[in-house]
Write a protein that binds this ligand. Structure first.
Ligand SMILES: *[C@@H]1O[C@H](CO)[C@@H](O)[C@H](O)[C@H]1NC(C)=O
Ligand SMILES: *[C@@H]1O[C@H](CO)[C@@H](O)[C@H](O)[C@H]1NC(C)=O
Ligand SMILES: *[C@@H]1O[C@H](CO)[C@@H](O)[C@H](O)[C@H]1NC(C)=O
Ligand SMILES: *[C@@H]1O[C@H](CO)[C@@H](O)[C@H](O)[C@H]1NC(C)=O
Ligand SMILES: *[C@@H]1O[C@H](CO)[C@@H](O)[C@H](O)[C@H]1NC(C)=O
Length: 818
């Protein structure tokens, strides 16, 4: 079951600096640029949610995919759907038998993954595995952006429940990321669709309704959204959490397992490696069939027991085989349409790999009696939506607003009771397709602390076995001084990650002599369910809680009440506690360091190997002339020894050992390399020096001929120039002479660097003198002097003066005289 595991967890990471630069130029460029900068690392992640654990390090992402078959027990993929699930969960148990790696029951009942890592058996939680992926994505983004990256937006299937979302949030913390929002897959797609559209109806006009269909690798989601300029609202969602491309692959695998059993007498399912290979090949075949309806071959060499296998399949046959899967396409479409009760649909946008199967597209199109559009990038639309959302949410800069109102997919009910009080009450606080994120306030009349229990109202709709969300205890509630019930205002919310919580509770104390609230207080019922006094405008959904607070208190300003915050004790099922989380954070950091050290060690080893091969090549190539036979023989033996060592005891050593080995080799190799480099560079350097000497010598001659050009300089100055030129000439002759007595296989008598330094010294002495400007008073005279020869005219003068800092080049006209 390979392909099952190649699930994905899309993430987009963005960096404010880049974006704000582009933003200030132009909005449309800015959009383009987020995509080229941010989506690049994400694309990679599409099918790369794969982690391979080994004795020294982890390999994550694309590189790990190559380990799926070779290191199948320790290469983990397709674990996203285990987030927040207990080991005994039916879904987990169902998947377990298909996985090449082992699942493990943790002490508290959660699902863990057991692998061999650093030569030890190790159990990782799902949160840790996802954190590893996130770490990799973070590093990739940081590498691409050359900046630290912290903020991200992560998409999740819209049917993810509270527990699954909390679990994913834990994973982001382990990876050291700040998740600005968990966004539903289809909502991200809707954002990617809407933000580009210039022609959306104005806010007061009738909105445009669009259906988004996303059939991915392992799940199928539909949403209906309405668009106006600058905003989108999700009207309804529906899903089949267990239908995706992988089911189609499975059908092919089943077919070929049967086929190979009959024709080749092979029991593929007994051989995990072979099964994994078959999955990979079937996935490829499925893709080919999408484009080609004729008979297509499936050939795998050395498949099992040294047998080559081959088979074939065509699209028609495939569709017949998958008829029961294709039948499942309709139900979510129907459900979403019924819920939204919109009959005017502007477009049906499909994304997700499995919508490439022609038969799925046909089904969708048939259902709507209308062509479907594929204007969005099937693989990247979700990631682009995430990138955009991230850009919009980041506080670091301003983007054109695009507000998103999502819909609650599973209704949520709150039930309350108190220890002594028999009366129990409940109320559905969020109905199906209620707008989200959203806060509500509920008022209770209580004399003592009480519990609020939140759960999903319709367990049968939930793709998760446990409908409980959490228990929240409102503490410190006391009766009024007169013994009556106190008014307790509780705020609940579904936040922008789609996570439910009781966000605050306060005791409303009436002040003496105040009569305004009497009607309310005299209401006898305990379950004085407050009308949702909520409002979450498009604008303030980010901090709904606070905004609402102000609204509420100002509207009741007259009643002069005192409000005291009450502590809330929350027990939300399956969320990591602080200590455990901190341990995971530390362990992730350790693993990152371990990977880094291992990479350095590997690099050090590779450096030795590369040096050996490189030097050996050059010894019989470009370096050949520069070594004596003795040297060459000795070095060749040394290289050979090192090569052997690398395959034997040097196979697995510490980084320092490799570094030492390399410097030992370099001690012999570098002098040779240097002779070669010096020999190559020396003629040019001497040439350069020679030219300089000639140039300055010429200037001295010109001066001595009483030429007008240098007459403003003193004899003393010119003496300095002459002396330094002669000294340089002497030095050059001596060095050339010494060098000529040496062979190329000997270390040189003079280094290129020394020659260059000599040039510099000479220039430092001569240029300041020769470039000294003439006194200003001479200028008028010069002007009348024009027929003194063209090369010496004012133009040449001017050049010399104004470019006085181009010391190396005296006026060029002068040089050409010779
Ligand atoms: C992990 O270590 C192995 C062997 O040391 C090496 O070949 C591999 O490239 C490493 N993986 C990564 C991602 O550094
Ligand atoms: C479909 O596949 C067959 C068999 O491989 C090949 O001969 C044919 O050219 C393909 N057709 C197209 C349109 O690619
Ligand atoms: C999508 O995400 C939001 C969080 O913004 C959550 O409140 C909502 O329930 C989700 N809606 C759907 C339809 O999945
Ligand atoms: C928290 O809730 C869970 C499930 O309702 C329960 O099993 C557990 O005992 C509770 N924890 C505490 C500390 O009350
Ligand atoms: C159980 O413990 C593991 C690791 O200690 C943790 O990852 C997981 O979330 C916990 N599950 C619950 C239900 O507390």
């Amino acid at each position: 079951m390979t392909s099952n595991y190649i699930d994905h967890c899309k993430i987009s990471i963005y960096l404010s600096i880049y974006l704000s630069i582009y933003l200030s130029i132009c909005l449309s460029i800015y959009l383009l640029n987020i995509f080229s900068l941010v989506v690049t690392p994400i694309d990679g992640s599409e099918n790369e949610a794969c982690i391979s654990l080994a004795s020294k390090n982890r390999t994550i992402g694309n590189a790990a995919k190559s380990q799926i078959i070779t290191n199948f027990k320790n290469t983990v993929h397709g674990f996203k759907k285990f987030h927040g699930r207990a080991f005994d969960d039916q879904f987990v148990q169902g998947e377990k038998s298909k996985l090449p790696y082992s699942l493990h029951k943790l002490d508290n009942g959660s699902t863990g993954i057991k692998v061999r890592y650093l030569n030890e058996d190790k159990v990782f939680t799902i949160e840790q595995m996802t954190a590893m992926l996130l770490t990799k994505l973070k590093e990739t983004s940081e590498h691409a952006l050359k900046k630290p990256v912290v903020d991200c937006v992560i998409s999740v299937p819209s049917f993810f429940t509270d527990v699954e979302r909390r679990s994913l949030m834990d994973a982001t913390q382990i990876a050291g990321l700040n998740c600005l929002r968990l966004i539903n897959d289809t909502t991200a797609v809707a954002l990617a669709y809407g933000i580009y559209k210039q022609d959306l109806p104005n806010p007061e006009e009738k909105p445009r309704n669009v259906v988004f269909v996303d059939i991915g690798h392992s799940s199928y989601q539909v949403s209906v959204a309405s668009f106006n300029k600058g905003k989108l609202k999700v009207l309804a969602t529906a899903f089949d959490p267990y239908l995706g491309g992988r089911n189609f692959d499975e059908m092919l695998v089943e077919y070929f397992c049967e086929d190979f059993k009959n024709r080749f007498k092979l029991n593929v399912k007994d051989n995990p490696r072979a099964l994994l290979r078959l999955y990979q090949e079937c996935e490829k075949l499925k893709k080919l069939m999408s484009a080609n309806s004729s008979d297509l071959p499936l050939n795998i060499e050395c498949f099992m027991n040294d047998i080559d296998v081959h088979g074939k399949m065509n699209r028609l046959q495939f569709e017949e085989m998958c008829a029961h899967l294709l039948m499942r396409v309709e139900a979510p479409l129907k459900s979403a349409m019924e819920q939204s009760s919109k009959d005017e649909i502007y477009a049906i946008e499909v994304v997700g790999g499995a919508t490439r199967i022609p038969a799925t597209k046909e089904r969708i199109s048939k259902f709507f009696g209308k062509d479907i559009s594929t204007t969005l990038n099937a693989d990247e639309a979700v990631a682009r939506g995430c990138a955009l959302q991230c850009a919009i949410l980041s506080p670091a800069f301003k983007v054109r607003e695009f507000s998103i109102t999502d819909a609650v997919p599973f209704p949520i009910t709150l039930r309350w009771n108190s220890p002594t009080d028999e009366s129990v009450g409940e109320c559905e606080v969020y109905s199906k397709n209620h707008a989200a994120p959203f806060s509500k306030a509920i008022t209770f009349h209580k004399k003592e602390p009480f519990d609020l229990e939140a759960f999903y109202s319709s367990p049968h709709e939930l793709p998760y076995p446990d409908s409980r969300i959490g228990r929240f205890t409102i503490q410190n509630v006391m009766p009024q001084p007169d013994g009556g019930s106190s008014k307790v205002k509780v705020k609940v919310r579904v936040n922008m990650h789609g996570i439910f919580s009781v966000s605050s509770a306060s005791l409303i104390e009436k002040q003496k002599g105040e009569a305004e609230d009497v009607q309310m207080d005299t209401e006898p019922a305990v379950q004085n369910e407050g009308r949702p006094e909520e409002q979450v405008g498009d604008a303030d959904w980010q901090n709904d809680g606070e905004k609402q607070d102000q609204g509420a208190s100002s509207s009741k300003a007259k009643s002069k009440v005192k409000s005291v915050d009450l502590p809330i004790w929350a027990n939300t099922t399956r969320q990591l506690d602080r200590d455990v989380l901190n341990n995971f954070v530390e362990y992730e950091k350790k693993m990152i360091i371990q990977d880094k050290l291992e990479k350095e060690r590997n690099d050090a080893k590779n450096a030795v190997e590369e040096y050996v091969y490189d030097l050996r090549d050059k010894l019989c190539g470009i370096y050949e002339r520069y070594v004596t036979e003795d040297e060459s023989n000795r070095l060749t033996i040394m290289l050979e020894d090192t090569e052997n060592w690398l395959y034997e005891e040097g196979e697995d050593q510490e980084k320092e050992i490799y570094q030492d080995k390399l410097s030992e080799l370099k001690k012999f190799g570098e002098p040779i390399e240097e002779r070669y480099r010096e020999h190559e560079g020396r003629p040019r350097a001497f040439d350069e020096l020679g030219k300089k000497i000639q140039l300055f010598m010429k200037a001295v001659d010109v001066y001595k001929q009483k030429d007008e050009r240098y007459q403003h300089l003193s004899a003393e100055d010119m003496g300095v120039v002459e002396k330094s030129v002669r000294e340089a000439l002497g030095w050059m002759n001596a060095k050339m002479n010494a060098q000529s007595k040496l062979t190329v296989a000997q270390d040189p008598a003079v280094k290129v660097a020394e020659i260059i330094q000599k040039i510099q010294e000479l220039e430092d002495v001569c240029n300041p003198i020769l470039n000294r400007p003439k006194p200003r008073t001479e200028e008028p005279i010069e002007e009348g002097d024009q027929n003194n020869g063209a090369h010496n005219g004012p133009a040449a003068q001017q050049g010399a003066d104004s470019k006085g800092n181009q010391q190396t080049k005296p006026p060029s006209g002068e040089m050409e005289v010779d």
